[in-house]
Write a protein that binds this ligand. Structure first.
Ligand code: SF4
Ligand code: SF4
Length: 425
């Protein structure tokens, strides 16, 4: 049973654990009066993606699960595979996961493992291989248990990206993955196949960047929640790319309600918000905010950089793009601060809200640096929210967000000279 995001007394039955339902009480967020057909296509994201994956599997393609934005989808696609994100965003599967895992663990890890244990994710039934990676300790150890259920290969990420040998190590790890997939899928991954998949993914990233850029406008045609909904668990679906183009061609001038220019523009940072775990974003937008930029891994971070398709060594070029991803599991991780700073300027943020999942040590520790940078260098109010997938703290979160927005509004009423490079209010 799920609870309403801001009304924990209202319960809903979740009938499909792969596609957690949105309680009707939570759907009254910032929305358009109308929803164009291309945008509504993504309301069915999970069924659409599942139908696509089943069709690809029937045509002989391999289905490969991924659990992190460091895993290059291009390499999987070049091996004749379909990459599917398996990150769990549902509270429903956590109880069973806690029979094996400590309760004091990140909900994303527990939810993902719970889906696997309960056999509740229809994508998992189709899986030929899961590619995992050594990011945080909780994930690494959970993978050992998940590997008892599903065939798995673990990429070893360098931990110190500034070390001279770190990049070469990463290239070797991707070469190892290439060999593993060639052997398991009985194929050869050619440079041409890699270039084809790089072209597809570059195009997907370009379109998603353009869609995100719409939020730079003082009256953007999308809410932050609608933008997040455009991210599919499966990349490179041709129909999705067509819908992205259609949205870009037709969305200009769309009015979202309530009056968007009066809303507090929020830059969201911190942990990823997998499908089903959008609760805090929804509360922000129900409380008078508009999430104009999402720095996290379900937002802009993984799509900021493309891969040089003309490189004579496409695997190396691909390795470079992923090596630059500024995740808190790296030490040090200064590029993330630079990205947040730039996004705050480009998207005219009024404040920064950081979400950390309970027991996510790396983002939690790094939040101190984010707060300091945001307050000292951008002169913007900052709020850190630590939570999990349970709605029990929704009312408290809403109160803290409303207090933050009062601070922003009182600053605006005295002057609109924040360092946010222009001001929409
Ligand atoms: S936040 Fe870090 S560990 Fe999580 S998906 Fe992104 S890169 Fe991977
Ligand atoms: S949110 Fe933090 S603890 Fe959870 S999987 Fe990502 S890095 Fe690990």
């Amino acid at each position: 049973m799920s609870k309403c995001c801001s009304n924990p007394d209202a319960e809903i039955k979740n009938t499909n654990p792969c596609s957690p339902q949105t309680p009707s009480c939570c759907s009254e967020t910032v929305e358009g009066a109308d929803k164009p057909e291309a945008l509504a296509w993504f309301d069915q994201m999970i069924p659409n993606a599942l139908a696509y994956v089943k069709k690809q599997k029937a045509a002989g393609k391999k289905v490969v699960g991924i659990l992190c934005e460091y895993t290059p989808r291009e390499l999987i696609m070049a091996a004749g595979g379909v990459p599917v994100c398996l990150c769990g965003g549902s509270a429903e599967t956590i109880a069973s996961a806690e029979e094996h895992l400590p309760a004091n663990l990140c909900p994303l890890i527990k939810s993902t493992y719970g889906y696997s244990l309960e056999n509740a994710n229809p994508f998992l039934e189709l899986m030929d291989l899961v590619v995992a990676e050594t990011t945080c300790d909780g994930k690494k150890k959970m993978y050992e248990m998940m590997a008892e259920i599903h065939p798995m290969h673990v990429l070893e990420l360098p931990q110190k990206p500034d070390d001279a040998d770190a990049f070469e190590h990463w290239v070797k790890e991707l070469e190892k993955l290439k060999v593993v997939m060639e052997a398991q899928f009985d194929t050869i991954i050619s440079d041409d196949a890699l270039r084809d998949s790089i072209t597809t993914m570059n195009e997907e990233r370009r379109l998603r960047r353009e869609l995100a850029s719409l939020m730079k406008d003082c009256t953007p045609p999308l809410s932050g929640l609608e933008l997040l909904d455009l991210k599919s668990v499966v990349s490179g679906i041709p129909d999705d790319l067509s819908k992205y183009r259609e949205i870009l061609e037709t969305i200009t001038g769309r009015q979202i309600t309530p009056e968007v220019s009066a809303r507090v523009r929020v830059l969201l940072t911190g942990v990823p918000l997998p499908h089903g775990a959008e609760r805090v974003l929804r509360i922000i937008e129900e409380s008078g905010g508009l999430v104009v930029a999402q720095e996290n891994c379900t937002g802009l971070k993984p799509i900021m950089e493309d891969i040089d398709v003309a490189s004579p060594d496409p695997l190396r070029a691909m390795a470079e793009k992923y090596f630059h991803l500024p995740c808190s599991v790296m030490t040090s991780n200064t590029a993330r601060m630079d990205l947040i700073k730039q996004l705050a300027i480009d998207y005219k943020a009024d404040c920064v809200i950081e979400i950390t999942w309970m027991a996510c040590i790396t983002y939690d520790v790094e939040s101190r640096l984010v707060k300091k940078m945001v307050e000292d260098e951008r002169n913007l109010p900052y709020l850190r929210i630590e939570t999990d997938y349970s709605p029990s703290d929704s009312a408290r979160i809403a109160m803290r967000i409303e207090a933050l927005f009062e601070t922003v509004k009182s600053r605006h009423s005295s002057s609109c000279t924040g360092q946010n490079n222009g001001c929409c209010n």
